[in-house]
Design a binder for this molecule. Structure first.
Ligand code: ADP
Ligand code: ZN
Length: 608
């Protein structure tokens, strides 16, 4: 039997929280009973505590397998700062560090060992683990095990072979933020989970306000979006490094306090940029998807995707980095059809996976194209965006959330029969061999070389929609696809084809109507409940203090205290150690280590 008191004690002493969040307690109980677990909880829900607490309460060691070497150091640092014995072994450490880590592992200094999946096939590592009495294995970002998932990592497939080499089968647990049913099945099957306890807390994050913007001039729109939000902090995600640099220069030129981050930047510069953003020295971070995982900045008020991601899983994970403090936050996706082409190009040229046969590789690519289609549908749908995402992950949502840009946009039902006829005749005259971009260009009478070379400027449909905007033509094509008058076929270069359903429309025997947007100004704005002016001044002082302490300790600022903890201090203004221990995020070790200095700062500020 589990002593329920001790679980709460560990939560309070090491992590400084007074109650569990949804799902945490039952997962911890099941692990302590010795049952395998699969936990599917959205980003920010608090997955780490689900295995860190059992790791501290069971005999033996916990091995955490995580794909992100760059984060391991911070994760381990955060644990060490809370007084927990943890260490990592990965390819970034020096020989001396490695020897020291191994020595510590053998003499029992650590309860948790973090490593990357590739390490599991290393003979020395296996030999060491066989001697370490590993009683719990944690597979983080478990969706990486599935070819149906968004970041398939072949090395994950050998986890169960590694486990089978241990003398005693440990409890096996897997965690992820996003898993469709197929991925969920793969995780259970490939990791050979035994009658696992599967917990899904649900994908809905009610404080996220979702919106999609179709802008003709994306750069101009981006600048105005950022300027409207100049008081709060946010992340702009771009698809490529060069996009990141472009947008960074643009915003800097506009006088925005901005940092940038992508895998091509030198490590010390990357770390500095990250810290500037986390400590609110800069308010905007422009980054590729390399930025953000495991970074616990709780006051990110908006995420703007300057480019559409390749799939809903990635989108929701990245967007989910907003509003971790529970305050309302915006997730804005700037859709442009060029992004679809870019993503298709990226799928086509993605590195072949050597562990897969050619047929399997093709299969993975086909899934990627399929997921891209769903992502594109999200951007072009008129239905509730929250509903779309929840349905994608297998939930049954309400059809109206009242908070996304589609729910808040006025739509009117209009007759689009004539436009449909024009578009579909044009597709037929172009021999049904081209995609949306070229069809749109021909309809709008664009003067580009390809059109002239193909002789499409001689077609009777050339320029018959000259007066319509590009966005409008595309919107109507999307409607016709959704209503099955037009079909999109082909993976790499999708082409538009007219279906049999279209015949009566083309003959003038059937009308087509569509719900189209009337008002293009979509207003989805987050409401911020802010601190008072004095409290904000105190917050600045506490941040400066945190910065000093983190510099001295050589750890990122949020490892000392999260923003949420500092804000809680500003609201509660504790006067003694007892009151200080009630601040969210203050455990026993942090109370001892930092309580006095922070109390002094708070008192000093009050008396000034
Ligand atoms: P995930 O891995 O699910 O994205 P984390 O484990 O990083 O989430 O936790 C997100 C944040 O929530 C962290 O700041 C963590 O300290 C905090 N947190 C976790 N559990 C609790 C809890 N029971 N009470 C308060 N805060 C919590
Ligand atoms: Zn909605």
């Amino acid at each position: 039997m589990i002593e329920s008191r001790s679980k709460f004690e560990v939560l309070q002493n090491y992590f400084g929280y007074s109650s569990f969040r949804e799902g945490q307690e039952s997962i911890i109980d099941q692990i302590l009973y010795g049952r395998d677990v699969l936990g599917i909880m959205p980003t920010g829900a608090g997955k780490s505590i689900c295995y860190q607490i059992p790791a501290l309460m069971t005999e033996g060691m916990t091995l955490v397998i995580s794909p992100l070497i760059s984060l391991m150091k911070d994760q381990v640092n955060a644990l060490v700062q809370s007084g927990i014995g943890a260490v990592y072994i990965n390819s970034t450490m020096s020989h001396e560090e490695y020897i020291q880590a191994v020595r510590g592992l053998y003499n029992g200094s650590y309860k948790l060992l973090y490593t990357a999946p590739e390490r599991l096939s290393n003979g020395h590592f296996v030999e060491m683990c066989r001697k370490l009495n590993i009683s719990l294995v944690v597979v983080d970002e478990a969706h990486c095990i599935s070819q149906w998932g968004q970041d398939f990592r072949p090395s994950y497939m050998s986890i169960s072979e590694f486990i089978s080499q241990l003398d005693k089968r440990p409890v096996i647990t897997a965690f992820t933020a996003t898993a469709t049913n197929r991925v969920r099945d793969d995780i259970c099957r490939i990791l050979e989970l035994l009658n696992p306890f599967v917990l899904t807390t649900g994908y809905d994050r009610k404080n996220l306000l979702l919106s999609v913007i179709h802008a003709e001039d994306k750069k101009e729109k981006l600048v105005s979006l950022i300027k409207e939000r100049s008081a709060v902090s946010g992340i702009v995600y771009c698809a490529t490094r060069s996009n990141v640099e472009d947008i960074y220069e643009l915003l800097k030129h506009e006088g925005v306090a901005v940092s940038l981050y992508h895998a091509g930047i030198r490590e010390n510069e990357r770390t500095k940029n990250q810290e500037d953003f986390i400590n609110d020295k800069t308010l905007v971070m422009v980054a590729t998807n390399a930025f953000g995982m495991g970074i616990d900045k709780s006051n990110v008020s908006y995420i703007i995707h300057y480019n559409m991601p390749g799939d809903i899983e990635s989108y929701y994970q990245e967007a989910g980095r907003a509003g971790r403090d529970g305050e309302e936050a915006e997730c804005i996706l700037m859709y442009s059809p060029a992004d679809v082409e870019l993503r298709r190009f990226m799928i086509k040229n993605s590195e072949p996976n050597e562990m897969l046969s050619r047929i399997e590789q093709q299969k993975v690519k086909n899934h990627d194209y399929e997921r891209l289609k769903q992502m594109t549908r999200y951007c072009t749908s008129n239905e509730c965006l929250r509903g779309f995402i929840l349905e994608y992950f297998g939930e049954k949502p309400l059809s109206y959330c009242g908070k996304c840009s589609n729910c808040l946009t006025q739509h009117e039902t209009v007759d689009i029969t004539i436009e449909a006829q024009k578009i579909m005749s044009c597709i037929i005259r172009m021999k049904q061999r081209y995609g949306t971009s070229l069809v749109t260009d021909v309809l709008r009478g664009s003067n580009n070389r390809r059109i002239n070379e193909l002789g499409f400027d001689k077609l009777s449909t050339y320029g018959i929609m000259k007066e319509s905007s590009q966005v409008r033509v595309r919107q109507i094509i999307n409607v016709l696809v959704q209503k099955n008058y037009i079909e999109v076929s082909g993976g790499e270069y999708p082409v538009l084809k007219v279906t049999d359903r279209a015949t009566p429309v083309l003959r003038g025997q059937e009308k087509v109507t569509a719900k189209l947007q009337t008002d293009s100004t979509k207003k989805v704005a987050a409401v911020k409940t802010d601190l008072s002016d004095d409290e904000n001044k105190l917050l600045d002082r506490l941040k400066a203090l945190r910065k000093n302490l983190s510099n001295t300790a050589g750890v990122p600022a949020y490892v000392v205290f999260s923003d949420a903890a500092l804000v809680d201090m500003c609201r509660k203004k504790p006067k003694n150690m007892q009151q200080f221990s009630c601040i969210a995020g203050v455990g026993r070790i942090k109370l001892e280590r930092y309580g006095k200095v922070f109390l002094k700062e708070i008192n000093d500020a009050a008396s000034e």
